[in-house]
Write a protein that binds this ligand. Structure first.
Ligand code: GLA
Length: 400
């Protein structure tokens, strides 16, 4: 059996080309990942129940698709070097789990690392790239998150290119998520290799804090947002900046803050990978994660990342060009006090050089819809007046 596998692996290598799989992740990937909430406490039961909850809760209907097991599903390698899943936590094996996720009309994702070990100290893919890619293809994996721990002396571009090639050679279209934390500026080289790349270190479940671990830090939502400056031109259909997974519903953010977090990830055209317990969501969490208007802004097919056009005294103004000449605007109040806006479209003409679009609400009249209250706020002929609570947003869509 193993000999047959090795022969098949050799044949695959001979027939393969080097580029990443094209036409995947043409809009930012949407799904769920185990890490933010469960860390190493993963099991097939958790993944199956999460797939059930994604399908039953309305998340799937809202567009969430990938169910991704992060670190700690793997415990070793067998005598031939094949990766071995934890037999206690995954007694039915990964193939059966992938089949179950697929049976729910969802896609299945997994995690490994470019180094010798994962960040959780499990076996990494270093030296086993094709063997792992081959197993993922056999199991029916649709998405691979590939981390960057224990990579001393490795070249990031070559390490990620190698795994990209091996995935291609294994023959199953797999979204390739580069989790290199932005250390080697993956936005400069990731487009040919993968479909999304982390731009920062790990997110932390707070609005605006740093969790310092000595040699590295986790970052609150606003800190991560600030690290996206200057990156928008690198993103587009099939290749996205990834500011890390969502913390909505994990308890560290107030309702306002969770809404602001989700809104900004939509404005950034960021992957929307929920990181909470989908089996136990309250109604507020679910309504944030499934806001159809916000998701449509994130998933807009032209795939242009939002642009910060103004930042004064804790109040930021972001715009995102959408298809059909439409726009999203998000006013983000980062301060501890409510902020009043008086936004006169005549004096606020936005020229987006990158997207080659101009927003002029005075010469072109748009209808304004509040994405969160769903109410009409009139049109752009009139000054937009509103009060935005602390740590919250006013997010609107402009339609013709
Ligand atoms: C790194 C990644 C996280 C997570 C952990 C798992 O820290 O950046 O997203 O995958 O490893 O150990």
């Amino acid at each position: 059996m193993k000999k047959t596998i090795l022969l098949a692996m050799t044949l695959c290598v001979m027939g393969a080309s080097a580029q990443k799989f094209e036409n995947l992740a043409m809009t930012p990937p949407m799904g769920w990942n185990s890490w933010n909430k469960f860390a190493c406490d993963v099991s097939e039961q958790l993944i199956m129940e999460t797939a059930d909850a994604m399908a039953a809760s309305g998340m799937k209907a809202a567009g969430y698709e990938y169910v991704v097991i992060d670190d700690c599903w793997q415990v070793g390698r067998d005598s031939m070097g094949f990766i071995v899943a934890d037999p206690v936590r995954f007694p039915s094996g990964i193939k059966a789990l992938a089949d179950y996720v697929h049976s729910k009309g969802l896609k299945f994702g997994i995690y490994s690392c470019a180094g010798t070990e994962t960040c959780g100290g499990r076996p990494g893919s270093r030296g086993h790239e094709f063997q792992d890619a081959y197993m993922y293809a056999q199991w029916g994996v649709d998405y691979l998150k590939f981390d960057w721990c224990k990579t001393d002396g490795q070249n990031a571009v070559e390490s990620y290119r190698l795994m990209s090639q091996k995935l291609k050679e294994a023959g199953r279209p797999i979204v390739f998520s580069l989790c290199e934390w932005g250390d080697n500026k993956p936005w400069n080289w990731g487009k040919e290799i993968g479909h999304l790349w982390r731009t920062t270190g790990d997110i932390y479940d707070c609005f605006d804090c740093e969790k310092n671990h000595g040699t590295w830090s986790n970052w609150g939502v606003m800190r991560i947002l600030d690290m996206q400056d200057g990156l928008r031109e690198y993103a587009g259909p099939g290749h996205w900046n990834d500011p890390d997974m969502l913390e909505v519903g994990n308890g560290g953010l107030s309702l306002n803050e969770a809404r602001a977090h989700f809104s900004m990830w939509c404005m950034l055209a960021a992957p929307l990978i929920a990181g909470n317990d989908l089996r136990n969501m309250n109604a507020e969490t679910l309504s944030i994660l499934t806001n159809a208007d916000a998701i449509a802004i994130n998933q807009d097919p032209i795939g242009v990342q939002g642009l910060k056009v103004d930042a004064v005294d804790g109040l930021e103004t972001w715009v995102k060009p959408l298809s059909n000449g439409e726009w999203a605007i998000c006013f983000l109040n980062r301060s501890a006090e409510p902020k009043t806006i008086s936004y006169d479209w005549k004096t606020k003409v936005v020229k987006d050089e990158f997207a080659k679009r101009e927003l002029n609400g005075a010469s072109q009249q748009y209808n304004i819809k509040d994405v969160w209250t769903k109410k009409s706020l009139g049109n752009t002929q009139k000054t937009l007046k509103a009060t935005i609570p602390s740590h919250d947003v006013l997010m609107v869509k402009l339609s013709k």
